[in-house]
Each structure stands twice: as structure tokens, then as C-alpha cells.
Design a protein around this ligand. Structure first.
Ligand code: ATP
Length: 433
């Protein structure tokens, strides 16, 4: 049997659960593990998903082990009858299920600390195939487990709950894998985040230098709200010289990031995977400025993103969700005549919303968004996607309008991003008109 397997060193991922196949749960575990292993230079060779069925789980495990000798599974370790992963593992390795008394004591003690008796049903979570190593789970009742033999290879089972899975992967699984699988390649990447420029325009701007990044690879990742450029170094770390090679990779990456971001200038808002709202927040903090936000069609999206950053109270003074004309008039002081003459989705209204929010919140700066998110409410003059945005500073108010493509949620996301980008450029002094 050993002759059939391990065509390549690496890991297969097996996600278990009917809810994944029904589309009720997004398989974020596999995505997270893949990214984490890639950053360690450990190759993920395949991902598979199966439902809660012992034979299916056993067969998927067996196939994965034949292909590459190491499989990491998540899910199906709970205490209920549909949690069958440990049974599949026992069948595959032809082991009996035995109870780990030490883990049972840990579980009982945890319940006792909360003044409770452990439900009998949880006893199965101390069961594992004889010979498996339990991986203690500090965040939940299901321990992970690892079982290896010469003939089949190594199987690692982890709980499905993402925070539990992540904790166990870091503390228990990565040390095991680093020892077992000599990382075959080191991947290192950097991101350049842009806003306010299309993928095509971006490609044109860097067309004459994009080829120079070799041996790095360059990917364009359009997000709907902007385009990220990702540069990746994939260096072999075969034997000696790993450190030298990965250092060379870092230097190449730094150089390419510097060259591309210099060319792209103000369209770049970050050289790390952060939200534009956090970048804008940082700029406000640096300048010692406060901000007010007046939102209509985005319904609070901008305020939400700004306050996702810890410490946002240093610069966010207030957010107004002024959805009705009355609220725009009463809370922000938009003139009745403006609303009557131009409507709520208009240059004049956006301007008055921003200036009114700035005044009402006694903030140094304010931004406003008013538009038609759809699907209804559009007209020939103001089609769905028409959005007016304004940024009011002490001495000037900038107003812009865009007709965004997309459905309601895309129009809202894009409006929020474009307005934040407008504020970013206004604070940097690169927004004119
Ligand atoms: P527990 O012991 O807590 O019951 P478990 O190992 O039995 O954990 P499951 O019952 O399969 O795990 O899943 C528990 C929860 O974890 C699911 O309701 C789901 O929200 C989440 N989950 C399971 N698998 C995944 C996955 N692949 N990606 C993201 N979330 C997942």
C-alpha cells in the first residue's frame, strides 16, 4: 500500500459537516488553515468537503492520506449523534474507541467551576481511537486529536468552531507539521491597496514596469470597492540557505512595492491589509482633527467602519443617519428650498448635509453621502446608483457625484468607500475642485 501514496509532500484539508454542503455555513476554516500553512511554507494540495456520514468521512480520509500522507480535518467532534469524525478515524486505522480519563476530569472540572454537572452526553468527547494523541482544547469541550501510523500516514482532527480550530492549529498542530513536513517553499507576499482607480486604469499605469517584478508574481485583485495588487515571492527552501533566500525575497518585495506604489501615487492608501476607514482614522488622529458623518443611502455603514477601529472616539464625534428629508432638515439644517428645488439626491443637498453635520457636531471635518441605492427609486435624471458625496473642511467643501454600478448592497459599499477615499484625499491635500 505504501507504494501508492505520498506523491507530494503537503497536506490535504477535509471539512466535515452537512451544513457546509447545504451552503448554510461558509467554509472559513479551510480558507484560514490554507493561508496559515502557506505562510509557513507548507503546501496545501487539495481541499475536500463531506457530510456527516462515517463511510464518506473514512473514505475521504483514506484517499487524502494515500495522496499525500497528511490530512487535517475540521468538524464533527461535538457530543451529538451527528458528530462522527472520531468513529471514522477509528474505523480507518482499525482501532477501538477508548475514553481518556484525564480529559474527562478536565471536562468535569470545567463544568464544576461554573457550578454545573457535566451532561452525560459530553462523555463521548473524551473518546478517541486507541493510540491517538489528544490535543487539549482550551476554548471548548472537543479536544483535537492526532493519529499516525507507517501504513496510512498522519491524520489530525480539529473542532469545527473556528476560534477553537485556530487555537489548536497554532498551539498543537503547527509544531507537529513543521517537524514532519520540511517546508518545501517559502511564500511571502505584500499587498498594495488602492482606491478610486479601476483595474484597467491601474494595469495601464504600471504596464511598462509590471514585468520588472519577476521573479515575483503580481496579481490584480479587484474588490468592487477598489483594487489590491498582490506581490508574491515563492522561493525554494530546499536545504541550506533558507534564511538567505527568504531575505532575498523580502528585499525583492520591498523594492517592487516601493517602485509600484511610487508610480501609483495617491491612488495607494495602504501597504498592508487594512480598511480604508482605519487609514482615514489614522490621518485624522495625526492631524488632531475630529469628524462628523452624515449618511443617507449608506445607513450608517461609514460610521460603522470608522468605529470598528479601537480608539475611534479620538476622532469620531458623531454620525447622523438622516434617511428622511425631515431628518436632513431638522438634524442637519438642509434648507427646505434645497430639498424642494433639487431633491435629496443632489449636489446642494450633499453640500448642506456635510456642512450641517460639521456644525451640529462641532467637528473639524464632516462627510456626507446621499444617493439612490435601488433597486427602486431611480429616474432618467437620477438613475439607480447615483450618489452625491461631500467633504466639508473648515475653509472648503468638496462635492462629487458618481453613478455606481451594482445591486443595492454594492452601491452602498461603493459609496461608503468612495466617500472615505474622498476624505482621505481631502485630508492629504490632493483632492481638488
Ligand atoms: P463542537 O464540539 O463545538 O460541536 P464540532 O467539532 O462538532 O464542534 P461542528 O459541530 O461540526 O464542530 O461545528 C460547530 C460549528 O462550527 C458549526 O455550527 C459552524 O458554525 C462552525 N463550523 C464548522 N465547520 C466549519 C468550517 N469548515 N468553517 C467555518 N465554520 C465551521
Amino acid at each position: 500500500m505504501s507504494g501508492q501514496r505520498r506523491t507530494a509532500p503537503g497536506v490535504e484539508l477535509l471539512s466535515i459537516g452537512n451544513e457546509l454542503l447545504l451552503g448554510e455555513t461558509v467554509d472559513t476554516n479551510a480558507t484560514w488553515i490554507a493561508a496559515r500553512l502557506a505562510s509557513e511554507g507548507i503546501a496545501v494540495l487539495r481541499k475536500t468537503t463531506v457530510g456527516d456520514d462515517v463511510a464518506l468521512i473514512r473514505d475521504a480520509l483514506a484517499a487524502g492520506l494515500r495522496r499525500c500522507g497528511t490530512v487535517i480535518c475540521t468538524g464533527g467532534l461535538g457530543p451529538t449523534p451527528d458528530d462522527l469524525t472520531r468513529h471514522a478515524l477509528a474505523e480507518l486505522y482499525a482501532r477501538r474507541l477508548v475514553v481518556d480519563d484525564a480529559w474527562l476530569d478536565v471536562l468535569r472540572a470545567r463544568y464544576a467551576r461554573r457550578g454545573m454537572t457535566m451532561p452525560a452526553i459530553n462523555r463521548v468527547q473524551a473518546e478517541h481511537p486507541a493510540g491517538a494523541t489528544l490535543l487539549p482544547n482550551a476554548r471548548g469541550t472537543a479536544p483535537g486529536m492526532a493519529l499516525a501510523d507507517q501504513e496510512r500516514g498522519l491524520t489530525i482532527l480539529l473542532p469545527g468552531v473556528p476560534s477553537e480550530m485556530r487555537g489548536l492549529l497554532e498551539a498543537e498542530v503547527l509544531p507537529l507539521l513543521r517537524e514532519r513536513l520540511r517546508p518545501a517553499a517559502r511564500f511571502e507576499s505584500r499587498v498594495i491597496r488602492t482606491a478610486g482607480i479601476s483595474e484597467a486604469a491601474l494595469a495601464e499605469r504600471i504596464a511598462d514596469i509590471a514585468g520588472d517584478v519577476a521573479p515575483l508574481s503580481l496579481a490584480f485583485l479587484p474588490q468592487g470597492t477598489g483594487v489590491d495588487l498582490r506581490l508574491t515571492f515563492a522561493g525554494s527552501s530546499a536545504a541550506a540557505g533558507d534564511a538567505v533566500r527568504s531575505e532575498a525575497g523580502s528585499v525583492l518585495l520591498d523594492r517592487a512595492v516601493a517602485r509600484l506604489s511610487e508610480r501609483l501615487g495617491h491612488d495607494v492608501f495602504a501597504l498592508e491589509p487594512v480598511d480604508l476607514a482605519a487609514v482615514v482614522g489614522g490621518m485624522l488622529r495625526e492631524r488632531g482633527m475630529t469628524l462628523a458623518v452624515a449618511e443617507s443611502c449608506t445607513g450608517g455603514l461609514v460610521a460603522k467602519r470608522l468605529t470598528d477601529a479601537a480608539g475611534a472616539s479620538d476622532y469620531v464625534r458623531a454620525g447622523f443617519v438622516t434617511y428622511s428629508n425631515d431628518a436632513k432638515r431638522d438634524m442637519l439644517g438642509v434648507a427646505e428650498t434645497t430639498l424642494a428645488a433639487h431633491g435629496a439626491v443632489s449636489e446642494a443637498c450633499a453640500r448642506e448635509m456635510a456642512e450641517g453635520a460639521r456644525r451640529a457636531a462641532r467637528a473639524d471635518a464632516a462627510m456626507a453621502i446621499t444617493g439612490v441605492a435601488g433597486p427602486g427609486g431611480g429616474s432618467a435624471e437620477k438613475p439607480v446608483g447615483t450618489v452625491w458625496m461631500a467633504v466639508a473642511l473648515e475653509s472648503v467643501t468638496h462635492v462629487r457625484h458618481v453613478i455606481f454600478p451594482g445591486d443595492r448592497s454594492e452601491v452602498r459599499e461603493r459609496s461608503a468607500q468612495a466617500a472615505l477615499d474622498m476624505l482621505r484625499r481631502a485630508l492629504a491635500g490632493t483632492l481638488h475642485g
